[in-house]
Design a protein. Structure first.
Length: 365
């Protein structure tokens, strides 16, 4: 198998008020404090997001899982420390458990205006970008990823609460983002030209601002010869993010090997693919999922086992098999982020749990 693609991860986080547990518009201040902290190079790039109550950390290009782990860990500690200095908590969750003020940053005002209530809640994701040889390969790789997106989501669900209520879903963020005109399960595209034509048409129809706007849970990025995967909620901890990143990279490597061998992506009925994604968002790892290729119900744990089997050669090639197997076992033992949030007892207790999992300290008192 060819050399594994380089990858980078961007994690989005909430900033919350320690007294109320609701979000607080403190991104500018938090980023200023973070800039003042000592930063060994190379380090994650910190930015603001759609709302002033969110921040993001981009690891930059990594080639090994160990390098990625170090950058993820350092970035979380750095941003959480800056948040504490600004009087806020950093919370890794796909949605805001207790809600809070929504203050779109000026750069994103047009996005908030265009999509109105669809983006009227906080949503934080884990975004991965992986290098591939060329634009045509990027499109073909995404076609190969499509059957696995529901299982990747089931492992990463971390948004059961929103605005103080239990949504009944394991990933409410996925439900929110699936309402967008280019959200949810990506379509199958036969070529880079077909992908670009579809996106251009959506821009012409005024449902996308530009050709960088599609929020499908996986998409080719032809101009960068890359694949972007944004199926996961922000990880409950670094290990959850590492599992997601390693599995995504292994899936891309496996897809590249399949393409070299002339193996096409399996055909999936669009409605069944959507149903599989919905089931993963609804239940996470608790209960049955849907096998999008075989079109039948299957325990989520069985689907994860099938995923691990499919990417085993790629994980062996990078030396990540043991780490990923251990990470998945730990995740299944402790529960997904959503399971852990619910086990905390209430949205407010979930906020406390998430904040102290990133940076123990005064918040524990």
């Amino acid at each position: 198998m060819a050399e594994a693609p380089a990858f980078r991860v961007e994690e989005e986080f909430l900033l919350v008020d320690p007294d109320t547990g609701g979000t607080v518009a403190a991104a500018t201040e938090v980023l200023r404090y973070a800039d003042a902290l000592y930063v060994p190079a190379p380090d994650a790039t910190l930015t603001s997001e759609l709302f002033d109550s969110q921040v993001a950390a981009d690891t930059g290009r990594c080639t090994t899982l160990d390098e990625l782990a170090a950058r993820l860990t350092h970035a979380r500690i750095r941003v959480a420390t800056a948040a504490r200095a600004a009087g806020a908590w950093l919370v890794p969750s796909g949605c805001s458990p207790l809600g809070g003020p929504l203050a779109p940053r000026p750069a994103f005002a047009t996005v908030a205006d265009r999509y109105a209530a669809v983006v009227s809640n906080h949503a934080c994701e884990c975004r991965l970008r992986l290098d591939v040889p060329d634009p045509e390969t990027a499109v073909a790789v995404v076609n190969h990823l499509r059957p696995w997106l529901p299982t990747l989501l089931a492992l990463s669900v971390n948004s059961p609460f929103c605005d103080g209520a239990d949504t009944g879903y394991a990933s409410w963020r996925t439900v929110q983002r699936s309402r967008l005109p280019a959200g949810g399960m990506p379509p199958h595209f036969g070529s880079a030209r077909a992908f670009e034509a579809r996106v251009d048409r959506l821009v012409e129809l005024d449902v996308l601002a530009d050709d960088t706007s599609p929020l499908w849970l996986a998409r080719p990025v032809p101009r960068l010869s890359a694949v972007e995967v944004r199926v996961a909620d922000t990880g409950v901890d670094v290990e959850a993010t590492l599992v997601q990143a390693a599995l995504c990279r292994a899936l891309v490597s496996t897809a590249l090997a399949d393409l070299t061998a002339g193996r096409e992506a399996p055909v999936i009925v669009e409605q069944v693919a959507g149903a599989a994604l919905w089931s993963a968002a609804r239940h996470g790892m608790s209960g049955a999922g849907i096998h999008p290729v075989l079109e039948r119900r299957a325990p989520a744990t069985v689907l994860v086992t099938e995923l691990l089997s499919a990417v085993r050669p790629a994980l062996e090639d990078t030396g990540d098999l043991s780490a990923v197997q251990d990470g998945v076992r730990r995740l299944l033992k402790l529960g997904t982020g959503s399971a852990r949030q619910r086990a905390a007892g209430s949205p407010s207790e979930a906020v406390h749990l998430l904040a102290t999992s990133v940076l123990p300290g005064p918040a524990d008192e």
